[in-house]
Design a protein around this ligand. Sequence first.
Ligand code: OGA
Ligand code: NI
Length: 362
Amino acid sequence: MGVEVDPAFVQSPEHRPDPTVVEASGIPQIDLSPFLRSPIPEAGDAFPPAQSDLLEEVEAACRDWGFLQVINHGVPLELVERVEAAARGFFAMPVEEKRAVRRDEVNPLGYYEAEHTKNVRDWKEVFDFVVEEPAVIPSPAERASVGGGVLIELWNQWPNYPPEFREACEEYAKAVTGLAFKLLELIALTLNLPAKRLNNYFKDQTSFIRLNYYPPCPFPDLALGVGRHKDSGALTILYQDDVGGLDVRRQSDGKWVRVKPIPNSLIINIGDIVQVWSNDKYKSAEHRVSVNTKKERFSTPLFFNPAHYVMVKPLEELVDDEKSPAKYEEYNWGEFFKTRKLSDFKKLEVENIQVSHFRKPE
Ligand code: OGA
Ligand code: NI
């Protein structure tokens, strides 16, 4: 007896996963210990050799891949394990219980099982929470207003079960946000900027963490766990379990390759904002999640996002009207985020917003 697939999950033929996708060999693996052991030197002081080598590796990874895997990253394994156990406990509950913390038009945080990427439904369930409360964003209910619209405060909603869920999530959030600031400083240095040049944009950050649960899927040739997309924030720090399924589109040849799970590592990818800040020196890499017919899979991205009021544009220090003019018009992060959220929430008949819409004509 065959099971019919709900057409909402079916990718158009050109975007279906190719079952022969190969495991990538070249994704840079970077050991962050030189920057965790000793502080970043004061401006003007030289970097110890281990640190300058590391900066070169980070620069090459951001430029050539937009993706890297870090080890010795300072996020304790014990915290990662506690969040994963909490997520497993939560997603294993009956759906009625999960729906007690379901997101809705008023609160976009919590549980959700009907996410769409580019108007095709993803084969997954999620739980979202912000790392700093309240996070302030333009109200997604205010469809028409652009700028000057109504702001809302986002507060987390937590399930009663598992009892340790909230604490595990909050402690993980603190540790992984610390790593995000460290990476932000490394990225600033690779752009020849002072280490803390970008930190202020994150003062009222809108970062959130997503617990992803990908149930086994009987239609791996038709559906995706997450359809192809680029992350719209500054950078993403992703923990994935040992099942595998994250595919990245390799910049050198446009081929989809599988990111191999490495124990105790975290995956970093450049988001659209760093692409714009760097005026295209670094590119936000396209990625997706293939599903598994037998195994369930867990992952937890931190989407490291600036304050809603930040106007995103190529950094002044990196542009020059003559030699390297800005490639993007400036845009407001809060409005971009709101528009993206709206199009994820509803199956819209329009293409969802992309940074390429702000690219200036050549
Ligand atoms: C995402 C994403 C990858 C994964 O949620 O934006 O790309 O491996 N997730 O779950
Ligand atoms: Ni993503």
